[in-house]
Design a protein around this ligand. Structure first.
Ligand SMILES: Nc1ncnc2c1ncn2[C@@H]1O[C@H](COP(=O)(O)OP(=O)(O)O)[C@@H](O)[C@H]1O
Ligand SMILES: [Mg+2]
Ligand SMILES: [Zn+2]
Length: 308
């Protein structure tokens, strides 16, 4: 029997391996995924020990892992990790399933995202696994600066899309393209209810040949889905607003970023074309039925507010 792939979430994965061969190759370089010998509580315990030792910080427990291709297992490493592994947490139900779905939708909409997927741990619960984009397979590490560092602000919530745009204008070696990407992300994050996209969830990354560019997108989660009491719709302001945002505010943002009207209309038209597919992805996701219907409701309401 074929079943749903733990990366792309569509049917047809080989039952034994949980992944389509091509999806496994994309994420792991092998036609099947590795096994994992540790469980959710093991990760939470290990993650506490790793605080300050691994180069990825953030609020949720997480581990830096590598794929030992001799034993086909994921192993925990302090240095040279190829992936970041984020387990289930008590506070946010089904966070790995939520993040995998949001990353799939982002990818469908043309946002640059690293390879990702769900992986069952020894306790059979899913964790979210994402390939690191800040290093090559040979271990070369690209310099990465998040926007809190770039703006030299103490509070990661004390920022705006306009201030991030100023940084892009100043440091990116392709500001026109990166400003457009920033705008696309603002719209995408709004319609997904990603209310926790703070300054640390945006970075510039330096490639080997060129200078700094906006990094691929990461940590995309529909926080609104699990935190209905969340105060703000967007935690970084758009034209001075974090709440009751509408299409008008996004149009003003686009003007501020110097984007042409056709570019903005193009994004809305594309979102409209993708709407049925996005709704299908939500229905086909690994979220519970209750979270799926809440997500659909939220997404439709946000699309309406954007006049899409
Ligand atoms: N795929 C990735 N490649 C490289 N660095 C990443 C990747 N994903 C996240 N990071 C870095 O790790 C930090 C923590 O990851 P994140 O997914 O934001 O976790 P949290 O949910 O705890 O905030 C990010 O702020 C970013 O600097
Ligand atoms: Mg984060
Ligand atoms: Zn697949």
């Amino acid at each position: 029997m074929k079943h749903r792939c733990l990366s792309c979430q569509t049917l047809g994965a080989d039952c034994q391996h949980d992944y389509h061969a091509e999806c496994a190759i994309k994420l792991f370089g092998t036609e099947f995924p590795p096994t994992v010998q540790f469980s959710t509580p093991d990760i939470i315990r290990e993650a506490q020990k790793m605080v300050g030792k691994i180069s990825v910080s953030g609020v949720q427990p997480k581990l830096s892992v590598a794929y030992d291709r001799k034993i086909f297992q994921l192993i925990v490493v302090e240095k040279g990790g190829e992936y970041i592994l984020k387990p289930q947490t008590e506070r946010f139900p089904m966070l790995p399933e939520n993040e995998n779905l949001c990353m799939r939708i982002a990818s469908l909409c043309g946002t640059d995202v690293p390879a990702h997927g769900l992986i069952p741990l020894a306790d059979k619960r899913f964790a979210y696994l994402v390939k690191r984009f800040d290093r090559t397979d040979e271990g070369f590490k690209f310099q990465q600066e998040d926007f809190q560092q770039l703006l030299e602000i103490d509070d990661k919530y004390d920022g705006s899309y306009e201030r991030m745009a100023n940084i892009i204008r100043k440091h990116s070696c392709n500001p026109a393209s990166d400003l457009f990407k920033l705008y696309e992300r603002a719209i995408l994050f709004f319609v997904l209810g990603n209310g926790d996209a703070h300054l640390k969830n945006f970075s510039l990354i330096r490639s080997r040949s060129a200078g700094y560019r906006l990094s691929p997108a990461y940590d995309i989660v529909s926080s609104r889905l699990v935190l209905s009491e969340e105060r703000e719709e967007m935690c970084l302001s758009i034209q001075g607003k974090r709440n009751r945002l509408s299409r008008k505010d996004f149009i003003r943002l686009a003007q501020h970023l110097g984007l042409a009207e056709e570019q903005c209309n193009h994004i809305s038209d594309r979102m409209k074309d993708f709407q049925p597919e996005i709704e299908g992805m939500i229905k086909d996701s690994f979220l519970s039925e209750q979270l799926k219907s809440r997500f659909l409701e939220l997404f439709k309401e946000r699309m309406k507010r954007m006049n899409i």
